[in-house]
Design a protein around this ligand. Structure first.
Ligand SMILES: NC(=O)C1=CN([C@@H]2O[C@H](COP(=O)(O)OP(=O)(O)OC[C@H]3O[C@@H](n4cnc5c(N)ncnc54)[C@H](OP(=O)(O)O)[C@@H]3O)[C@@H](O)[C@H]2O)[C@@H](O)CC1
Ligand SMILES: [K+]
Length: 484
């Protein structure tokens, strides 16, 4: 699914109105029906709804939804931030259609069970928030009521520049047609709460012709790239993954990576670990083959390293000087993509020239700390993304920036944001599970691009299933393997 900018969405809106054709009021009505339907399906009628409305079309949406839900039997009140004369035409039209039973509310004495519907600002916001909206946003953020934002949490700028922005803190954001880039970035993404994407029927022809380098990984796309399994397959059909991981005391990382590689569908998994750690891996995953290192760290290439279909390196590896040498030897001698994680990334950060040895098509999987070691500090999200794109292009490799909505940046500059996963995955070992799984997918025959996209999506989905069973506090990285 494409992620378009606020300006592109406005153009899609205009194109839809001209070519469907549909009037602007009718399009607003369609969007509002979609929002109202979601609220009907998810909010009981016992909860009073308080709509906060601005002067633009986001406010118009809010007023239309208030009318629709009032007729559906909800107790609705509205707090308008502006006078009637200040409203856009569509917004005023919806104010005039508001039934008299929808009461007007100041922001005092809001009952604890009131659900606040935030329709102050949408994609039209520019720059720092001005009066009279500032005190309203402050007031809402000081309350403990549930907040549902329409399209965007009010105040959020659709793309970049939210560092010091005043924004409503929503529990749920009902965003129209596409997620907006800012919702997926750490700078302000937290303000959205849960994101629900509601289709409103913008012109599909316009959307498919519009260029963007940002995409949201939707289940439909995953269905398109997933490969089927041949009935007459044998263990040689789907590749042999090699994982190089686990220095002394770090067998856990090797176990997690091995377990997830075994869930990827590849035919064989070999794990290269220090001989002293072999029993741990062998006992948990007897299906894996072991390649043993005589030292208590990765000190030299496994025999015939080039025979493996894919190689993943880094989980629990440590950073011994001999490991750095062995890593360099690996990168220069195998002519196939390598999945590079954790300590292998740290070694490459410390040995700048080594990055030139990374085979094209490799997949680097840094978390934010590892990314900073690779590219240095950034002053804005925009700068971070531009630098990641540059690095991916220079290395001709895929970079996965791990975190909420992990970003998969391809060498051609296209960035795919993950739609699955949760905060329960922010725990030790989650990255090892991802590395093992993606290495397995590469062996299984996926391209680097598809292995990375499918890998982060399935890894997040496993996290969501684990969270359902154990909760975000209780789940741990080993649970992810069960649900892959
Ligand atoms: N996508 C679609 O196809 C559809 C979109 N729809 C809906 O339309 C929404 C976009 O509507 P929009 O363009 O009218 O903008 P919106 O966010 O309501 O606010 C604009 C007002 O904000 C003000 N303002 C700006 N910056 C400010 C600041 N810093 N601090 C304070 N005020 C500020 C600015 O006033 P100004 O500053 O110019 O005086 C202007 O009047 C979109 O999010 C969706 O909900 C649906 O109805 C149907 C289909
Ligand atoms: K809003």
């Amino acid at each position: 699914m494409k992620i378009l900018t606020g300006a592109q969405i406005k153009e899609a809106d205009r194109h839809t109105i001209e070519n469907e054709p549909i009037s602007s009021i009718e399009l607003m009505e369609r969007a509002s029906n979609s929002i109202a339907q979601w609220i009907c399906n998810n909010v009981e009628k016992d909860y009073p709804l308080l709509f906060l409305t601005g002067k633009g079309n986001n406010g118009g949406d809010g007023l239309a939804v208030a009318r629709i839900l009032y007729h559906a039997g909800y107790n609705c009140s509205v707090h308008m931030a502006f006078d009637k004369e200040q409203l856009t035409e569509e917004c005023r039209y919806n104010l005039e259609r508001l039934p008299s039973g929808v009461t007007s509310s100041d922001l005092e004495n809001i009952s604890g069970n009131t659900v606040i519907i935030d329709a102050l600002l949408g994609t039209g916001v520019k720059g720092a928030i001005k009066e009279p909206l500032l005190p309203i946003i402050d007031k809402v953020n000081s309350l403990r009521n549930s907040v549902i934002s329409i399209d965007l949490p009010s105040g959020m700028i659709s793309e970049y520049g939210n560092k010091n922005q005043k924004i409503i803190k929503a529990g749920i954001t009902l965003t129209l047609e596409f997620p907006k880039l800012a919702m997926l970035l750490p700078e302000a993404g937290e303000y959205c709460g849960e994101i629900k994407i509601l289709p409103i029927g913008l012109s599909s022809q316009y959307i498919s012709n519009e260029e963007t380098s940002y995409h949201y990984i939707a289940p439909g796309f995953i269905g398109e790239i997933k490969q089927t399994r041949d009935k007459f397959a044998h263990k040689g059909t789907y590749g042999h993954a090699l994982l190089i991981c686990g220095a002394r005391g770090m067998a856990g990382a090797a176990i997690l990576a091995t377990g997830s590689a075994l869930r990827s569908g590849c035919g064989l998994v070999t794990t290269h670990i220090p001989a002293e750690e072999r029993y741990a891996v062998n006992m948990v995953y007897p299906s894996a083959i072991l390649s043993l290192d005589d030292e208590s760290y990765f000190s030299g290439l496994p025999a015939n390293a080039s025979k493996y279909s894919s190689i993943g390196v880094g989980c629990g590896l440590g950073q011994a000087p001999q490991t750095a040498d062995a890593l360099k030897q690996l990168l220069v001698s195998v002519y196939k993509p390598v999945v590079i994680d954790a300590d292998a990334l740290n070694i490459i950060s410390d040995h700048y020239k080594m990055r030139h040895n990374i085979p094209a098509g490799s997949i680097l999987t840094p978390h934010i700390g590892e990314l900073k070691r690779l590219i240095g500090e950034w002053t804005s999200e925009e700068e971070k993304i531009e630098q990641v794109k540059r690095l991916a292009a220079n290395l001709k490799s895929v970079i996965i920036v791990k975190g909420a909505h992990s970003m998969v940046c391809l060498p051609d500059g296209n960035c795919y944001f993950n739609s699955t996963g949760n905060s329960g995955m922010a725990k030790g070992g989650s990255g090892d599970v991802l590395t093992g799984y993606i290495t397995g997918l590469l062996a299984r025959g996926y391209s680097s691009e598809h292995a990375a996209i499918l890998g982060v999506y399935m890894h997040g989905l496993a996290g969501d299933k684990a969270a359902k069973k154990y909760g975000t506090e209780g789940m741990n990285s080993r649970d992810l393997i069960k649900y892959l």
